[in-house]
Design a protein around this ligand. Structure first.
Ligand SMILES: [Zn+2]
Length: 253
């Protein structure tokens, strides 16, 4: 048992002990305050993370002409970002692009068909930021007309497909998945990584003009840690299973 009375006596009559006690107390108190601030900051930051269902339907294109009219040639400004039409195709595609734009380390995409220029542009921006991108697609659809996957492959993005008559019909994307970020940390021999968190984008919608602006489709964007980990695990499993196709599939031109 600590004799608190004796300790207090020591502090009161010995200036050095008193000084050390005050210093230790200050350090401990500041550490506790810092931990408390960090805890509430992380709680608030987690609460603000995205959990959203984006729908695509017949109302998505009613403002398209207005956006076309308002967009200046060469403008990088996302004209539809504040569109009042909550079903706006451009605005909703912008929401997916926004998540791609916040990728710090990795983007793993499993997609049946991909012809969207704006999402391909977002992936190109990610490549310029040195984000590691991997794509799994369908063996037939990867070569479909307007496929952005072949374009990305020519830029060095590794692409794998299953060799089968069944379809690789998934449409999901994991951004900064925990398991993948750890893999990249080990590959790059880094001791620490910049703060980031995982996002999964998944639903019925293919990343095509028709899927994103015409069909009735849905897409969930979520930062749920369990869901993102499950999607990452399935991507990793497929990536390994389709290993043989990568070298032979698309040769850079
Ligand atoms: Zn709009």
């Amino acid at each position: 048992m600590l004799n608190t009375h004796l300790i207090m006596e020591q502090i009161r009559y010995h200036p050095i002990v008193a000084t050390i006690s005050i210093a230790v107390g200050t350090v401990l108190a500041s550490e506790v305050i810092w931990k408390v601030v960090q805890y509430f900051r992380s709680k608030r930051e987690k609460a603000n993370r995205v959990h959203e269902v984006v729908v695509f339907n017949e109302l998505g294109e009613i403002c398209a002409a207005q956006h076309l009219w308002n967009t200046r040639p060469g403008s990088q400004e996302p004209e539809a970002a504040h569109c009042r039409n909550t079903h706006c195709t451009l605005r909703n595609v912008g929401k997916i692009a926004e998540q791609i734009d916040r990728a710090v380390y990795s983007i793993d995409l499993a997609i049946y068909t991909f012809t969207s220029f704006s999402l391909a542009d977002a992936l190109k921006r990610a490549l310029q930021r040195d984000v590691s991108i991997r794509i799994i697609s369908d063996g037939e659809m990867v070569f479909s007309s307007g496929s952005q996957i072949t374009m990305l492959a020519r830029l060095g993005v590794p692409v794998r497909v299953p060799i089968t008559t069944y379809m690789m019909h998934n449409k999901f994307c994991i951004i900064d998945g925990v398991e993948r970020v750890e893999e990249i940390r080990q590959l790059r021999k880094r001791k620490w990584m910049r703060p980031c968190y995982s996002i999964a984008v998944s639903g019925s919608v293919n990343w095509t003009r028709q899927g994103l602006g015409g069909n009735w489709e849905n897409c969930i964007i979520t930062a749920d840690e369990k869901l993102t980990a499950m999607f990452q695990a399935e991507f990793n499993r497929m990536w390994k299973a389709f290993e043989k196709t990568e070298a032979s599939l698309i040769q850079p031109k």
